[in-house]
Each structure stands twice: as C-alpha cells, then as structure tokens.
Design a protein around this ligand. Structure first.
Ligand code: MG
Length: 158
C-alpha cells in the first residue's frame, strides 16, 4: 500500500469560470490559474503522483508551459492515471476536504464524484468529498480563495 497527500489553493477573482471537480459552480468569481484552476483536480493529481513517488504536478504539467494555458485539468488526472498503470498501481480510495466559504458545495458533490469515478475508473463508494468553511478567518474564510486537501491510498498489483 502507498499513501499520497495533495494540497492546492487558488485565489478567487472576478471574470473567471469557477471549475471545481470538473463542475462549473455558478458564482461571480473563479480561481485564478494558468490552467482552468480546478484545485480539487490539482490536489488529487499531486496526491496520486506523491503516492506513486512521481514528484508533483509542476514537474509533469508546468504552469509555464503554453500547452496547459487554460487547460482542462482533467487532462492532468488522465495522464496521471496512465502513469499509475505503467507502475502497476491501482487506487483503493480517495478522501478530500474542499475549502470554500461560499457558495455551498454539497449540492455539487454528487456530480464531482461522478466525474472523478469516470476519469479514474474507480467506484463512487471509494471517493469521499467533504466541504469545509474558513469561518471568516483565513483567505478561504474571507472568500478570497478556494483550496483542497486530498489523501489517496494506492495498492501495488501482484
Ligand atoms: Mg493549482
């Protein structure tokens, strides 16, 4: 078994689409970023790469590479899944915290889990998402940022 940890945070600004877990969240701001800024996909990509000892998202999908300008972040996950297959690693489960002050995320979680299930080829009951607020304190709490924390467990196929 191999455990992996991922974290990502993006500043929320006006004039950006708010993509999170591949779902477009109706809101007046969205994450600033080189790609589409999907911080759940980014944190998960890092967790998977970490568990596989393959470095991090910046090493494989640099935010200075014009190929990834405004890129759909599901590409990073799909490419990472291919790398796991090469290393004969399979995903056991995923647990995540998604940190956002507003709007409420719960109603969007089923669609995000469906997206993740499809991209990763993983049963929905092995994917868990939890919403957390910043209680008015930090960048998340002030509504300035969206962040995600992800842990994954991989197993090595015999
Ligand atoms: Mg990111």
């Amino acid at each position: 078994m191999r455990v992996g940890l991922g974290y990502d945070i993006h500043r929320l600004v006006a004039g950006r689409k708010f993509l999170l877990g591949g779902v477009e969240i109706p809101f007046d701001k969205g994450p600033l970023g080189h790609s589409d800024g999907d911080c759940l996909y980014h944190a998960l990509t890092d967790a998977l790469l970490g568990a596989a000892a393959l470095g991090d998202i910046g090493r494989h999908f640099s935010d200075t590479d014009p190929r990834w300008k405004d890129a759909d972040s599901s590409i990073f996950l799909k490419e990472t899944v291919k790398m796991l297959k090469v290393k004969k690693l399979s995903i056991e489960n995923i647990d995540a915290n998604v940190l956002l002050e507003t709007p409420k995320l719960g109603p969007h979680f089923p669609k995000m889990i469906q997206n993740l299930s499809k991209i990763l080829g993983l049963e929905k009951d092995r994917i868990n998402l939890k919403a957390k607020r910043g209680e008015g304190m930090d960048a998340v709490g002030r509504g300035e940022a969206v962040a995600a924390q992800v842990v994954v467990l991989l197993s090595e196929k015999m």
